[in-house]
Write a protein that binds this ligand. Structure first.
Ligand code: HEC
Length: 179
């Protein structure tokens, strides 16, 4: 091979390289994908206690205020949903749940002859109106491990009505806390 021929080969190789680079460059101009940016929507951070009851709870009046306008008759009607499991008469039988006559200020988990969950027996203290309000709002949150299979009463006004009804079920009704 003389140098002229070598030059031709070199030229051909260079040409091929240039062509390859050129097409690559043009192809990139045409096809280079633009960055897609963030996908989807930014979700708001999960709120604590997210759930159906949370927004209502946020603007709920404090219990003493709710109790001041509570209605025992409405509470008795609302307590129909408890009657599948509870009796409300003095000396009434334990059913799926314990009899609830005189439950206000009764020590938690103390009704004779009823087999409470370990969680309820361990809770401690008496059933104040405040505690009953929390328990009825979300039984499984207030007493983790309770065997009361009841979702709770989301409405604060309705819970106050039920507490007003429970207040009447006593030989010595306990006064409501003052607003
Ligand atoms: C599906 C059955 C069921 C329903 C419905 C139900 N309960 Fe209960 N309840 C129970 C059981 C079971 C217990 C015992 C819980 C435990 O030992 O953990 C209980 C416990 C209680 C206690 C604690 C009593 C104590 O002696 O410590 C209260 C107060 C109470 N229920 C109120 C209510 C009210 C008010 C309603 C209606 C709004 C209601 N429950 C609806 C089954 C039920």
């Amino acid at each position: 091979m003389d140098s002229f021929e070598l030059n031709k080969v070199a030229g051909a190789v260079l040409g091929a390289l240039l062509l390859a680079m050129g097409t690559g460059f043009v192809a990139e101009l045409i096809y280079k994908p633009k960055p897609a940016g963030d996908r989807g929507y930014a979700l708001p951070a999960a709120e604590e206690n997210a759930g159906a009851a949370a927004p209502a709870a946020a603007k709920e009046e404090p219990l003493p205020v709710r109790l001041a306008s509570a209605d025992a008759t409405k509470g008795q009607a609302a307590a129909k949903k408890c009657m599948a499991c509870h009796s409300f008469e003095k000396g009434g039988p334990n059913k799926v749940g314990p009899d609830l006559y005189g439950v206000v200020e009764r020590p938690k988990g103390s009704h004779e002859g009823f087999g409470y969950s370990a969680a309820m027996k361990a809770k401690g203290g008496n059933w104040t109106y405040e505690d009953l309000d929390h328990f009825l709002h979300a039984p499984k949150q207030y007493v983790q491990g309770t065997i009361m299979a009841f979702a709770g009463v989301p409405s604060g006004a309705e819970r106050a009505d039920i507490l007003a009804y429970l207040k009447t079920l006593s030989d010595k009704p306990v006064d409501f806390p003052k607003p």
